[in-house]
Write a protein that binds this ligand. Structure first.
Ligand SMILES: [Zn+2]
Length: 281
């Protein structure tokens, strides 16, 4: 067979295959997605909007990497934003692997650390990454793209200042809480879609932050009874509650919380039974 024909026979399927992949990826790139990754017992969230991505927490271990690679274009190694809600293993560990594999533009933290080996490793990883560092404060807005933003609801400036003098005994209290808004409507009568991302914040701090209804509530603290109250659900009026939970010895999610969600007719989605949870455009 002529060499030219052989080359053509070899290259054509490759080009067709590449075309199919690029078409598929560009279809996905036009969408916004909120993805609650199945990272086991911990939180790990990927938010995508067009070609931009934000990661909120990384779960324990490195399972977050599978979630990122299967929901991002294979050529994209840039993350616009990484937010660590608070420095505990089930939120922080996977982010070390994320920093290793991806170039991160901005890293947002609470400004509270601890004395664990894992936290020291985190500080080293952050030191190597040439990202912009930022301590979150209520009132700030991170715009991921034109149609998708994250509003910081907690901690307040007063709390951040107070913790720098004296860190709280319960690190869950330092969890960054945000409201994600996306899909702004073209008419003023419509409203954007939204989701509360609550970290592990205790319910007494969470209640005053909720000032409007949102269709999605990431249930605080893996469904612990310390994170969710009737007041939280009455204020947020979610249609769906996401519980980021895996095999654990804490009894998460607590029966009281599950019963409360059921009594209000809220759809429950949980990573241990539903795997990775994807909420589209
Ligand atoms: Zn946690």
């Amino acid at each position: 067979m002529d060499l030219k024909v052989q080359v053509l026979l070899f290259i054509t399927p490759l080009l067709v295959g590449l075309g199919i992949i690029l078409t598929f990826q560009s279809i996905n790139l036009s969408k916004s997605n909120l993805i609650f990754c199945d990272v086991g017992q911990g939180d790990g969230i990927l938010i995508t909007s067009g070609s931009k991505q934000a990661v909120v927490d990384g779960g324990p271990g490195e399972k977050i990497l599978e979630c990122l690679s299967s929901n991002m274009p294979f050529w994209d190694r840039d993350l616009e934003l990484v937010i660590m809600t608070h420095p505990q293993r089930d939120h922080m560990e996977g982010l070390l692997a994320v920093l290793e594999r991806y170039r991160v533009k901005t890293i947002v933290v609470t400004g509270v650390g601890n004395n664990t080996g894992l936290y020291k490793a985190w500080e080293e990883a952050v030191g190597k990454e040439k990202a912009q560092m930022h301590i979150a404060q209520a009132g700030e807005r991170f715009a991921i793209s034109r149609g998708l933003s994250l509003d910081v609801l907690w901690p307040s400036f007063a709390k951040v200042t107070q913790w720098q003098a004296e860190p709280p005994s319960d690190l869950n209290e330092t969890s960054i809480v945000m409201r994600l808004e996306w899909g702004r409507p073209s008419t003023s009568s419509g409203s954007a879609r939204c989701a509360y991302l609550t970290g592990d914040l205790p319910k007494e701090h969470l209640e005053p932050l909720i000032d409007r209804s949102c269709e999605i509530l990431k249930v605080s603290h893996h469904g612990s009874k310390t994170g969710t109250s009737k007041a939280v659900l009455d204020l947020a009026q979610p249609k769906a509650a996401i519980i980021q939970v895996g095999k654990n010895s804490f009894g998460h999610p607590h029966k009281e919380v599950v019963d409360l969600l059921i009594s209000k007719g809220i759809k429950i989605l949980r990573n241990d039974t539903d795997g990775t949870i994807r909420i589209g455009k």
